[in-house]
Design a protein around this ligand. Structure first.
Ligand code: GTP
Ligand code: MG
Length: 205
């Protein structure tokens, strides 16, 4: 049989949830997209799913206020499915403190109790790599991570870096995933990584 690369053949929005209680039933393996507001979470979901407007991207930070579930179907013979979960951005300063606290509680409860999560994708803007907020989120994820879960750091918007800066980023983070949704760089590679992590299979079908 001819081997072919894993690709997403269809993607659809399933539901939005406020927290763990009104989320999709558990069962299908999930990848959670985390990162500060405006880092490019929704754009990345659209790029991976090869779908322009699946997840709403916006120039207004904080657009994604709910937990959004998407069903992703791969081109395997048995049409394997996973869920992509788009989470509200951390560190959005323009909403009131009390609203931020409610988000935070809903979000942490979701991350700590949702058994279906296999992979936490922590998106970090490649231009701003040592922000306190991102470091705190990474530490937090490490503290809640179960044995069957993985945290992967992904550097976004590398089209904003020059060659010298990309070289430095690579030297400092030899195994990191770097991508640009704008230039479609690193997207296919990340799709293979997600498939392998979520379904425990080689990304060849
Ligand atoms: N230059 C560049 N811009 C990008 C890239 N990815 C996303 N953007 C832009 O960054 C902005 C924010 O993108 P979103 O995908 O909405 O970010 P988000 O993380 O979902 O933001 P929230 O929903 O607010 O948490 C948009 O204006 C995108 O067009 C990229 O690879 N390169
Ligand atoms: Mg978003």
């Amino acid at each position: 049989m001819e081997e072919k690369k894993i690709e997403v053949i269809s993607a659809k929005f399933l539901t939005s949830a406020v927290g763990v209680k009104d989320s999709m039933p558990e069962g299908v393996a999930e990848v959670s997209f985390l990162g500060r507001s405006n880092v490019g979470k929704s754009s990345l979901i659209n790029a991976l799913a090869n779908h322009k407007n699946l997840a709403k991207k916006s120039s207004t930070p904080g657009k994604t206020r709910l937990i959004n579930f998407f069903e992703i179907t791969y081109n395997t013979e048995d049409r394997k499915k996973v869920h992509f979960v788009d989470l509200p951005g951390f560190g959005y300063a323009k909403v009131s403190k009390s609203e931020q606290n409610i988000w935070q509680r809903n979000l942490t409860s979701f991350l700590e109790n949702r058994l279906s999560i296999r992979l936490f994708l922590l998106l970090v803007d490649s231009r701003h790599r040592d922000l306190k907020n991102d470091i705190e989120v990474e530490q937090y994820l490490n503290s809640i991570k179960r044995g069957d879960q993985t945290i992967l750091k992904v550097f976004t918007k590398i089209d904003k870096l020059n060659q010298k800066e990309i070289g430095k980023l690579k030297r400092e983070n030899p195994n990191a995933i770097m991508l640009s949704t704008l230039k479609k760089k690193g997207i296919s590679e990340l799709n293979q990584v997600i498939f392998t992590h979520l379904l425990g299979q080689n990304a060849i079908c």
